[in-house]
Unconditional design. Structure first.
Length: 193
C-alpha cells in the first residue's frame, strides 16, 4: 500500500530549498578545475615564487627584476644610450585563491497558544578555501588569479634624455608596459661621466 504525503506550501518550500542548497554545495567543487593552478605545483621563477615574494624583500626583488627588464628594453631603443631606472611600487604580489561559497535561506513560522503567528527569515553564508595536493601530497591553496604589485612611479635617467623625441618615446614605452599615467613617469638626462 502506498502512502501519499500531503504537500502544503511549507513542505514544498523546504524540499525546494534543500534541493537548491545541495546544488550550491556541490556546484563549485564538482568537476575538474581548469582555470586555477595549485600554488605550490606551478613553475615559479626565483623572482616570483610565493616564498620569495612575501613581505618587503619580495617586493624589492620584484622591483629589481622589473627595473632590469625595463633597462634592458630601453637601452635597445635608438638614441637612448646608457640609462638607469628606478621604479616605485605598492604592496607585494597577491594571490587570490578559489573559495567554495555556501549560502542558505529559510523562513520560519511560529504560532502561539493565543492564535498569533510570527514569521522570521534566516540566512547563512560560509566561505571555505579550496585546496589541492601538490606533488609531495601537501595541501596547497588553489590559485585562480595573481595580482602583481601596482607600479606607482618610474624615473628614467638616460644619456639621450635631453632629446624631447627620445624622452617622449621612453615615456610612452613605460606607460604602455606598466599602464600608469604620464604624470607618474619622469625622464631626465643622465649626467656625463
Amino acid at each position: 500500500m502506498k502512502k501519499w504525503v500531503k504537500w502544503n506550501k511549507e513542505s514544498a518550500m523546504i524540499v525546494i530549498l534543500a534541493g537548491i542548497l545541495c546544488l550550491v554545495v556541490v556546484w563549485p567543487s564538482g568537476g575538474e578545475k581548469t582555470s586555477g593552478v595549485p600554488l605550490q605545483g606551478r613553475d615559479f621563477t626565483a623572482s616570483d615564487s610565493p616564498e620569495v615574494l612575501s613581505g618587503e624583500d619580495g617586493l624589492n626583488l620584484y622591483i629589481e627584476n622589473q627595473e632590469q627588464r625595463l633597462k634592458t628594453l630601453l637601452e635597445e631603443m635608438d638614441g637612448v644610450g646608457k640609462i638607469r631606472v628606478m621604479i616605485r611600487a605598492g604592496a607585494s604580489k597577491e594571490y587570490v585563491v578559489e573559495k567554495d561559497l555556501t549560502t542558505s535561506t529559510g523562513n520560519i513560522t511560529e504560532s502561539d497558544a493565543q492564535g498569533g503567528s510570527r514569521q522570521s527569515a534566516e540566512s547563512s553564508r560560509s566561505e571555505v578555501s579550496v585546496y589541492t595536493k601538490d606533488s609531495s601530497g601537501n595541501d596547497v591553496p588553489w590559485v585562480i588569479k595573481e595580482i602583481e604589485p601596482e607600479i606607482e612611479g618610474v624615473v628614467v635617467a638616460a644619456e639621450g634624455g635631453d632629446n624631447e623625441t627620445i624622452a617622449n618615446e621612453i615615456t610612452q614605452a613605460v606607460q604602455v608596459l606598466f599602464d600608469i599615467p604620464i604624470h607618474k613617469i619622469k625622464v631626465v638626462k643622465m649626467k656625463g661621466e
